[in-house]
Design a protein around this ligand. Sequence first.
Ligand SMILES: C[S@@+](CC[C@H](N)C(=O)[O-])C[C@H]1O[C@@H](n2cnc3c(N)ncnc32)[C@H](O)[C@@H]1O
Length: 331
Amino acid sequence: MKEPYYYRNKVIVAFNQKYEYGLYEETSHRIVPMKSCLLHDEVTHQVLLQIQKILKKYRVSIYDEKKNKGFLKHVFIRRAISTNQTLVVLVAREPVMKGSKNFCQELIKACPTVKSVVLNINSRQTSVVLSKQEKVLYGKGFIVDELCGLTFKISAQSFYQVNHEQCTYLYHKLLSLLDLHKNDVILDTYCGIGTIGMFLAQYVDTVIGVELNKEAYKDALNNAKMNKIENIHFVNDDASHFMHELSKQKQKIDCVVMDPPRAGSTKTFIEAIKVLQPRQVIYVSCDPTTQARDLKMFEKIGYKGKDVYPVDMFPHTNHVETCMLLQRRTM
Ligand SMILES: C[S@@+](CC[C@H](N)C(=O)[O-])C[C@H]1O[C@@H](n2cnc3c(N)ncnc32)[C@H](O)[C@@H]1O
């Protein structure tokens, strides 16, 4: 990145009883108050300050983990960098927010980039921030961003790469590694809101995307419609189950893109690859450890890791994204 600062488009903070907000100290739930941050942008900073001011003004009660009491657990902010839209998610223990209208009105007046405010209701005592239950307090419950010449609707629950510039680089890198033909059928597995598959759809005959998260799957369907892409189909399923079923049908698959979560993929998934025999697999990973584990299984079924590129998706952290090309060995 030319300017490896202020790149993060997603931030989750917690508040303490003094209305200071920040991140948890490593391996604890002690909030380290945050005055400024080099990773998220100025707009996010201003939105957080405004939320802090309004929470204080209306004395919104802050969740106390030890007592399991209080309303607000976290604030989640997502920015669409190219359209300058902001989504605010208030994660709360209860389903009713007193004074939510005033809260939204004041926030939107002070921060016009805020296009939607969502209340996520998470009453469980868990480290998972978002629950599946949500209520839209203002706007449509999603924001819209532009990436690689396409338009994407992004809901609170959907995955979206945190670094717009490096994500663009990553997608172009994987395109350059693939040897695509006009009549190809490709799979975009762990597809999120469909970004990779829709980016590749213009080069091939058919793309099939598979995604487990229902909200992301719904976003993917809408995104294909919005971009008028007709040669992409999405399936809401576990990627391994889907691959296993596909392998039973012996469908022609030319290339597979896989971009699993940190846990990596599964034996079932890779055994299905053995049956389907795509000529190329692109494995995008945010955890090289699980990628290396999976690579060993790929080697056993006759796929060789050809090239691997690190992508600095998370500058100034010890995380890295990798993009690997696996090629089927010719007999
Ligand atoms: C690292 S994200 C990649 C998303 C997308 N490729 C992108 O670039 O934005 C991983 C995605 O896999 C989805 N996921 C997690 N477990 C899954 C599973 N077992 N089967 C299918 N999708 C899964 C997550 O919901 C998430 O959208």
